[in-house]
Design a binder for this molecule. Structure first.
Ligand SMILES: Cc1cc2nc3c(=O)[nH]c(=O)nc-3n(C[C@H](O)[C@H](O)[C@H](O)COP(=O)(O)OP(=O)(O)OC[C@H]3O[C@@H](n4cnc5c(N)ncnc54)[C@H](O)[C@@H]3O)c2cc1C
Length: 415
């Protein structure tokens, strides 16, 4: 297949080990008791929980919020060169847990303490000293810590090759100047991996990753967004005015910064897809409950038969999406190329979840227009998820390019 990376040969291992099952049970308990009610509270207030909310220390005491994604990236790296039998199950474990947590509230899932998306580039590119130093705060079980991944800019969303944040080499490091926007946990992060260019004329070859610590002079948080969905998740705009980054916080430019960013997405997209699966499953369960409660599923009227068909279809789509996420994660665990599979998972899952949530809105009828129904919240949450980590449309373009062998000049450098 021209340019494609569909490498899903072999038998996909769908078994869950004991540790994964135990973690999923814990996530289920935490979700039911805390994530769902707090997520609804944030939705009503249109704001995330403040970083000093007692919830965060409670989850740390429970052992939630360690290295998170960085763990997967690190495991994937450690597995390099290892025989398939010795590779980890970390990516598969993550999609299972991500689905469970997002089932209860995806916005709250993003706000759990940990390095989040910021951890993956440090694990993939960082030196041993950088990993040790930057991840050390996340072992703290008393105080929550976050990190962030800052790529998007006012003029560079889907087409990340257009980032304009400039990194100017100075004595002992670099000075960063530019703007970033829509950065998850950007205002509460201890540090952010900021993608910048050392020379815009170099295009993607000029991209580098810099770790900017909170409190750095010239680095300010300029805005926190109010969103239609995922209210519990913090999205910030960041500004850099000659913000100094010492050499020790410059991530090595192995394989070029741009390629490293793309590899980060290969790891994170199956997980974001799995979060959409979680929302889709929640929407399906709620829709089925509403349909049963309203008596819409009893009898043989044409409308009833049609609703049963629609419900069965929504359930099938959510299941397909789950399998796509598992396949992409399985390939990540085996250290095999998975760009196409990761894009498929990310493109398909929010669509499937949106169909389940739309059906719920249909079943509710006029009541769906009220903002106090869970399905209505899930509908808004999943729409936002279609945008995160590269929009669904962009994933479809990326897949077409790789599966059909278009040249990269024919399309922008898309995330
Ligand atoms: C909840 C949330 C969390 C986020 N977290 C982060 C984060 O932590 N870090 C970070 O860096 N960014 C983050 N983002 C930003 C996100 O990655 C971008 O919003 C996304 O990449 C899309 O960029 P954009 O919004 O500028 O849209 P644009 O790129 O302007 O796209 C607008 C529309 O045009 C379509 N489009 C664009 N180009 C093409 C094309 N060539 N062909 C066809 N259609 C096209 C897109 O599909 C989209 O529908 C987050 C966004 C959200 C909503």
């Amino acid at each position: 297949m021209p340019g494609g990376t569909l490498s899903g040969t072999g038998v996909i291992d769908l078994s869950l080990d004991e540790k994964t099952r135990a973690l999923r049970e814990m996530a289920r308990w935490l979700g039911r008791e805390q994530l769902r009610p707090l997520g609804i509270e944030c939705d009503e207030r249109h704001a995330p929980l403040p970083p000093d909310h007692p919830f965060f220390t409670t989850v740390l005491e429970l052992g939630v919020g360690g290295r998170g994604l960085a763990g997967i990236a690190g495991d994937a790296q450690a597995a390099e060169g290892a025989s398939p039998a010795r590779t980890s199950k970390a990516a598969r474990r993550t999609v299972v847990i991500a689905e469970e947590i997002a089932y209860w509230d995806r916005g709250m899932a993003t706000t759990l303490p940990g390095p989040g998306l910021g951890g993956a580039p440090v694990a993939l590119l960082g030196t041993e000293e950088q990993k040790e130093r930057l991840f050390a705060p996340f072992s703290d079980r008393k105080k929550p810590h976050w990190a962030a991944f800052a790529m998007s800019e006012p003029g560079a969303g889907s087409d990340v090759a257009r980032i304009r944040t400039l990194a100017r080499e100075v004595e002992g490091g670099f000075e960063l100047t530019g703007e970033k926007m829509f950065i998850s946990n950007g205002a509460r992060a201890d540090w952010a991996v900021v993608w910048a260019t050392i020379d815009p004329a170099l295009g993607r070859e000029g991209h580098r990753a810099f770790v900017v610590e909170r409190g750095t002079p010239g680095f300010t948080v300029t805005r926190i967004e109010q969103k239609m969905g995922l209210a519990a998740a913090e999205l910030a705009s960041l500004s850099f005015e000659a913000a100094f980054v010492p050499d020790r916080n410059v991530l090595p430019a192995r394989e070029g910064g741009f390629k490293a960013a793309m590899r980060t997405f290969d790891i994170t997209r199956p997980m974001v897809g799995a979060m959409a699966v979680g929302i889709g499953q929640a929407a399906f369960d709620e829709t089925l409950r509403l349909a049963r409660e309203s008596g819409l599923l009893t009898g043989g009227a044409a409308a009833t038969v049609r609703l049963r068909d629609k419900l069965a279809r929504a359930r099938r789509l959510v299941d397909h999406a789950r399998l796509l996420c598992w396949r992409a994660a399985w390939l990540a665990d085996l250290k095999r190329p998975n760009s196409v599979e990761a894009s498929m998972a990310k493109a398909y899952a929010p669509r499937a979840a949106l169909e389940a949530a739309s059906l719920g809105m249909e079943v509710l009828g006029a009541a769906g227009a009220r903002s106090d129904r869970l399905v209505e919240k899930l509908f808004r949450d999943v729409k936002v998820l279609d945008i995160v980590e590269g929009t669904g449309e962009i994933q479809r373009l990326a897949m077409a390019r790789k599966l059909l062998g278009f040249s990269s000049e024919a399309a922008p450098e898309i995330t």
